[in-house]
Design a protein around this ligand. Structure first.
Ligand SMILES: [Zn+2]
Length: 393
């Protein structure tokens, strides 16, 4: 850890050590750590608990992974274009092993890129893949954007897109051409777009904001210190960023103004604060959540999370945020990722890793399984997503 702030003194001498004669049994064994500093990133404590470890190689019911990134926008000179981060054949092999019926590729771009993604995914493998479109952010400051964006949604729907993905570009990165002010999530220029997707029954997969710790200083009190240290560009502390709650409230304004449009708030709409998420779900019947990349949050509050799943069982969808990227092990597509999600949802195993990584990548804690009932599992694994996307159950 380059800053050196992520270290702590280990093996501080005790009074008993100081009194132990040199060469006494055990004295050498304790010696290597004395007077040294163990860098935090090299600390990989192994749990000594003796608790059941259940293997769950296949989900109990067929899965729709509502949140994956098989393609990514290329941006730049080719707006709307996409590149494939994973090839469909690799996806299908994992899907067949893991009982995944369908993967939703949310970042399908628009225009020619979208057509390409649809041709190689759902058109080539009907039923196994779904592709969502994305807004043309680069045009957001153009005259006539509102209407042009609504038209793009119509085109995407005709091409076969089943939903709209909104990255946190909106709220945290998209700036007004000229003034460079951040464009608000509830800016009225997007109203026609929200209405268009609503009338076409295309759900919106929307990500705004991020973990609360990303809005706080990267210091010794930050529970995601190591994660932010590895990805400092993920921090939204300081500068002109809105607060976490301002972003969430702006998203709420959008859901309130467009009650016929269905919004799937990704990452449990920020799972540290389940009371707030519950309040939002209670006041907005058009709101849903996915669980992607947040089993680390849900699983460290298993009693509250279990109640949350039981209460909102019709409005939670399975998602992983999977891509080929190895730098975020909690999202790296593959068998190991799905086995952890299944273990979390299906078993009552205790204190296990939420990601296939030597050190928990989002924060140094472990999780507890929820042991959901079969009816709830069926809905969360696939039925809720099938209803949203318009697939037969
Ligand atoms: Zn994602």
């Amino acid at each position: 850890m380059a800053l050196g702030a992520g270290t702590f003194a280990a093996g501080r001498q005790t009074a008993a050590d100081q009194q132990a004669p040199q060469g006494a049994p055990g004295a050498n064994a304790a010696r290597p750590l004395q007077d040294t500093v163990l860098p935090l990133e090299r600390y990989e404590p192994k749990s000594m608990l003796h608790v059941p470890e259940t293997q769950v190689p296949r989900s109990r019911f067929p899965v729709i992974d509502f949140h994956t990134h098989i393609t990514f926008a290329t941006g730049g000179a080719n707006p709307g274009g996409v590149r494939f981060s994973m090839d469909p054949a690799t996806c299908l092999a994992v899907m067949d092993r893991k009982n995944i019926r369908t993967m939703v590729d949310v970042t399908g771009g628009y225009g020619a890129g979208l057509h390409d993604a649809i041709a190689k995914l759902p058109a080539a493998h009907p039923g196994r893949f779904i592709v969502f479109t994305e807004p043309a952010w680069a045009k957001a400051s153009d005259d006539g954007y509102s209407k042009a964006q609504a038209d793009l949604i119509e085109d995407a729907h005709k091409a076969g897109a089943k939903g709209l993905k909104v990255l946190k570009t909106l709220g945290l990165f998209l700036r007004e051409r000229g003034s460079q002010n951040l464009v608000r999530i509830d800016d009225p220029r997007f109203d026609l777009m929200w209405e268009a997707v609503g009338s076409l029954k295309m759900p919106v997969a929307i990500h705004v904001s991020d973990p609360e710790a990303f809005f706080l200083p990267i210091d010794r009190f930050n529970e995601r210190y190591e994660e932010l240290h590895a990805h400092p560009d993920w921090s939204f502390h300081g500068k002109d960023y809105p607060s976490n709650r301002e972003l969430q409230e702006a998203r709420r304004n959008v859901m309130r103004r467009h009650p016929k449009t269905q919004f799937v708030c990704l990452h449990v709409a920020d799972a540290e604060d389940l009371p707030y998420v519950s309040e939002c779900l209670d006041s907005h019947p058009n709101m849903f959540v996915d669980i992607a990349a947040r089993i680390g949050e849900l699983g460290r509050q298993p009693r509250t999370a279990r109640k949350f799943f039981d209460k909102y069982q019709d409005r939670i969808v399975f998602g992983t945020d999977a891509s080929a990227s190895a730098s975020t092990p909690q999202q790296t597509f593959g068998d190991a990722l799905y086995e952890i999600y299944y273990r979390f949802l299906e078993t009552e195993d205790e204190y296990f890793d939420y990601a296939p990584a030597p050190v928990p990548p989002q924060g140094r804690w472990r999780i507890y399984g929820l042991g959901l009932s079969d009816p709830v599992l069926r809905k969360v694994y696939g039925e809720n997503a099938a209803r949203l996307i318009g697939l037969s159950a």
